[in-house]
Design a protein around this ligand. Structure first.
Ligand SMILES: Nc1ncnc2c1ncn2[C@@H]1O[C@H](COP(=O)(O)OP(=O)(O)OP(=O)(O)O)[C@@H](O)[C@H]1O
Ligand SMILES: [Mg+2]
Length: 233
């Protein structure tokens, strides 16, 4: 349901060309929970931003839910993103002067739901992350883990097929990271497909599948481990 074939991304500045993705190949099936690890600068965020239709790419093809999204206009891309994708960032990206209710409402406003429908979705998703009783609080009145749970509620409120998360536990202590991971697993159990970038091997192991990105290319972690094993043998 998410298929990338030979996707390329080059960042150009006056001085350098960075090949962030080179022939990036990946298929993610419905219901999967994929953890993405790899060195800093290897292309993980670039991949996730392209997968989430936040960024364009140059070569190759990308199919999302059976639809070729290689040549969409900006407007088509943001429509599709809003409908199918929930995105979670390392730094939560909540709006500081909106309370939790209004933060979760932000992406719903673009979806054409009426206000009763939006209210129901906001309450349900805040309920799911255990923060229904904090609806009128501001983000600054919450702990880091709670703020990330609001960001998860915001990502889920529109019932996306895909949840993409870029180091969702990167700013959290171990205990909060584990509770966010538990929440993501519950969400995956209800059928949402998840792709999560993480530096944390222990969290990655809890996903259904692990892939490893190096130099803008992807390999299954099992292959990397057995290759390294063979090299060391
Ligand atoms: N907007 C940009 N302009 C120029 N180069 C960029 C841009 N964004 C990313 N890059 C380069 O592309 C490469 C891949 O970056 P990316 O952010 O995808 O890495 P990453 O695997 O997410 O790293 P980290 O683990 O540190 O978050 C890096 O060499 C980076 O410097
Ligand atoms: Mg990154």
């Amino acid at each position: 349901m998410l298929t990338m074939h030979n996707v390329k991304k080059i960042f150009r500045t006056d001085l350098v060309e960075t090949h962030a993705l080179r022939d990036f190949n990946l298929q993610v099936d419905e219901g999967d929970f994929v953890a993405v690890t790899g060195p800093s600068g290897s292309g993980k965020t670039t991949f996730l931003n392209i997968a989430g239709l936040l960024e364009t790419f140059e070569g190759g093809t990308y199919e999302l839910d059976g639809k070729n999204v290689s040549n969409l206009s900006d407007k088509q891309r943001s429509q599709l993103r809003n409908e199918k994708i929930g995105f979670i960032f390392q730094s939560f990206n909540l709006i500081p002067d909106l309370d939790l209710f209004d933060n979760v409402d932000v992406p719903l406003r673009y979806r054409g739901f009426n206000s009763a429908e939006r209210k129901k979705r906001i309450e349900n998703s805040l309920e799911l992350v255990g923060l229904a009783n904090r609806m009128k609080h501001l983000p600054s009145q919450l702990s880091g883990g709670q703020q990330q749970r609001v960001a998860i509620a915001r990502a889920l409120a529109g019932s996306p097929r895909f949840l993409l998360a870029d180091e969702p536990t990167g700013n959290l202590d171990t205990k909060m990271a584990l509770s966010v991971m538990e929440l993501l697993k519950e969400i995956n159990d209800t059928g949402t497909t998840i792709v999560m970038v993480t530096h944390d091997q222990d969290l990655a192991k809890q996903a259904k599948r692990n892939i490893y990105v190096r130099d803008g290319q992807v390999s299954e972690l099992s292959e990397v481990v057995s290759l390294e094993h063979a090299a060391n043998a």
